[in-house]
Design a protein around this ligand. Sequence first.
Ligand code: SF4
Length: 98
Amino acid sequence: MTSLISRHYANEHYATIFNPEYGFFARLEEPGYPKPFWANHGPELIDISVTGWCDRHCSTCYRSSTPERRHMLFSDYETVIRQAVKLNVEAVEKVLKA
Ligand code: SF4
């Protein structure tokens, strides 16, 4: 059974829930407050694109991936993860604690 990750951002009057198994994420505003447009404290989740390489040649590719594009350097990946941990990004924290 998947454990949901939830956080309450009291100063910003909303909470988040995240399901790390399915990627479901939602912001829930406190009653009487508007839906939060963005997080003032920093990113809640990040998507990391580790490669632009792909040999499928889909005409509808949303990433413009090709076999000529490259993979992300592992050192860059580490840098992104370290920065995400410092910013308290929820999904990264979960991965590192798992
Ligand atoms: S959509 Fe793009 S990344 Fe996905 S399989 Fe097709 S070419 Fe590859």
